[in-house]
Design a protein around this ligand. Structure first.
Ligand code: NAD
Length: 240
């Protein structure tokens, strides 16, 4: 019998998703590293080595998400969706297409992943989406991201309600500031990291490994009675 569990990590080519792919691979999962950046996803899978593989998938395109799940092992034990982008502009200056692109990736993409992963997750399996501290804490010039992540947190709870009967759990992780390629543009703005550190009880940004540990826990049998949870991992920044 195959002793591996099967996991798909979407947005697995970079940052948090890459760390999640590595954590799952190190803990008995066979991982499909999926990303719209196919070359980088392939590099990550090659680093992990066999039996881990990669796939090209764009969460904004339904046919692409459908094709991804058609080629992944069935049944699935875990799906973690880390695909995300952001855009920085005050509302009055915000380009509408840019706004739509963020919502398309972070919210509609999250929906498409749940839609097509849903029937393939086995009873006892779990989905995790990457929401954000910004789902509950507004940030100026980040309207599309805040709104999309707030929607993703609610979507998580709706899916948990719908799938509980089948024994499939659905949770989200809401990280605070973690230094990755996504947050690089914000880090160029003077004071961003300093403000975060000052307003965070634990006084530092997070690491990708700290987020990966939570994703692993939420997909494990140790979290068998946790569903519909949006887990704040931010050094206490949500308390201020
Ligand atoms: P990242 O930019 O390092 O990684 C994001 C990955 O998503 C990239 O590999 C990118 O190619 C992929 N991606 C983007 N659009 C895609 C699409 N349409 N289809 C498929 N893949 C796509 O960013 P990260 O910091 O690792 O962020 C991972 C997740 O965590 C995101 O959802 C982000 O919003 C969330 N998050 C990050 C932070 C942080 O501080 N880094 C904080 C809160 C939430």
């Amino acid at each position: 019998m195959d002793e591996h569990r099967n996991a798909v990590v979407i947005g697995g080519a970079s940052g948090i998703g890459r760390a999640i792919a590595a954590a799952f691979a190190a803990n008995g999962y066979r991982v499909v590293v999926a990303d719209r950046n196919a070359a980088q996803a392939a590099d990550v899978a090659a680093e992990l080595g066999p039996p881990h593989t990669s796939a090209e998938a764009d969460v904004t395109v339904e046919a692409s998400v459908e094709a991804l799940f058609a080629q992944t092992p069935d049944p699935l034990d875990a799906v973690v969706n880390c695909a995300g982008i952001s855009a920085f502009a005050p509302i009055v200056d915000h380009d509408a297409d840019q706004f739509r692109a963020v919502v398309d990736t972070c919210l509609t993409g999250g929906f498409l992943v749940l839609k097509h992963a849903g029937r393939r997750l086995r009873p006892g399996g779990a989905a995790v989406s990457l929401s954000s501290l910004n789902a509950r804490q507004p940030a100026a010039a980040l309207s599309a991201y805040c709104a999309a992540k707030a929607g993703l947190s609610m979507l998580t709870q709706v899916a948990a309600l719908e799938w509980g009967e089948r024994g499939v759990r659905v949770n989200a992780i809401a990280p605070g500031l973690v230094l990755t390629p996504l947050t690089e543009p914000a880090l160029g703005v003077p004071g961003v990291v300093e403000d975060y550190v000052e307003n965070t009880p634990l006084g530092r940004p997070g690491t990708v490994e700290e987020i990966a540990a939570a994703a692993l826990f939420l997909c494990s049998d140790q979290a068998a009675w946790i569903t519909g949870e949006v887990l704040d991992i931010n050094g206490g920044a949500h308390l201020k």
